[in-house]
Design a protein around this ligand. Structure first.
Ligand code: ATR
Length: 283
């Protein structure tokens, strides 16, 4: 193997050592036989510009970005994908042949890939969606729902201005509702997504009554620690289909591989089991 053909990718974050991305991508390096490695790149925010600029010289094909770099990177890369600009965050950087940097966002693709893979036949167009939260995760989810033709998105957030800004940036059929009406906002919804941090390990539970929600609705959470949040457990118990957040991480991998290498690796049951085991073990 020539040195040029060794493919390097990394995840830049601070903190980053908890990230499951290296496990996932290195599984695919093994599966596909592509020579390469995916590494942790712990990086304080002030080092981001020089670190991104160094990627071509270090022979990296690209990188993933996680907290707190997703916003700042937009001002550093040479070109930002139109959707990433709309969502307001870059999750994936591609080093192009001429050494320039291109920023994309695959989180929304991950959300859709996970939902479609977990609930065959799911269609956004079937009815209103209710989205809880208006942070970065919500922006990716709302873009995904709009692109799939959701007729209405009820966006419920504690801080109204943040939801208003999201609606203005993304366009589409978004109605902003106050946090206090979250129970009623489920009435008639066919898709419900929690994008708040409520229900995550170490955070308070999401306090929402599911009584108004129809049994046909699909309930998704973008949280994956725990693998099944209290919201999902309650939804399942009353007969709703429930989709956890780990799949969103898994399914943003193949689009990234497509951008870096023109390949489409598979989210296998074995990979999912490996990732789940690492979360159960807390490792
Ligand atoms: P991310 O970018 O990962 O989506 P974020 O930007 O920190 O994370 O967003 C977290 C979301 O959880 C926000 O919608 C936040 O509401 P605010 O916009 O009002 O801050 C929501 N959230 C966090 N704690 C909350 C709480 N105790 N009650 C209601 N919403 C909460």
């Amino acid at each position: 193997m020539s040195d040029q053909r060794y493919h390097l990718i990394g995840v830049m974050g601070w903190p980053v050592m908890h990230s499951r991305s290296p496990m996932m991508h290195n599984y695919w390096f093994e599966q596909t036989g592509l020579p390469g490695r995916y590494v942790f790149l712990p990086l304080e925010p002030e080092r981001l510009p020089e670190a991104l600029r160094a990627l071509p010289a270090l022979n990296f094909a690209g990188a993933n970005l996680t907290i707190p770099h997703k916003l700042q990177a937009m001002d550093i890369v040479d070109e930002v994908d139109e959707v990433a600009r709309k969502i307001g965050a870059i999750s994936c950087v591609v080093v192009r042949d001429d050494g320039s940097l291109w920023g994309a966002n695959n989180d929304w693709r991950g959300f859709l890939g996970n939902l479609k893979g977990s609930v065959p036949g799911w269609q956004a167009g079937e009815g209103p969606a209710t989205v809880l939260g208006a942070g970065g995760g919500s922006r990716a989810v709302c873009h995904a729902l709009i692109s799939e033709g959701a007729p209405e998105i009820r966006l419920v957030n504690r801080t109204g201005e943040r939801a208003d800004q999201l609606a203005a940036d993304l366009g589409g059929p978004i109605t902003v509702l106050p946090w206090e009406v979250r129970d009623d906002a489920l009435d008639g919804a066919t898709t419900v997504v929690n994008t708040t941090s409520l229900g995550m390990v170490g955070q308070p539970e999401l306090d929402i009554g599911l009584e108004a929600l129809g049994r046909e609705a699909v309930v998704a959470d973008i949280i994956y620690t725990p693998l099944e949040t209290d919201l999902l457990a309650r939804a399942k118990a009353r007969g709703n289909r429930a989709v956890g957040g780990l799949g969103m991480l898994l399914h943003q991998g193949p689009p990234a591989w497509n951008l870096w290498f023109g390949l489409s690796p598979t989210v296998t049951p074995e990979l999912r089991a490996m990732m789940e085991a690492s979360i159960w073990g807390g490792g």
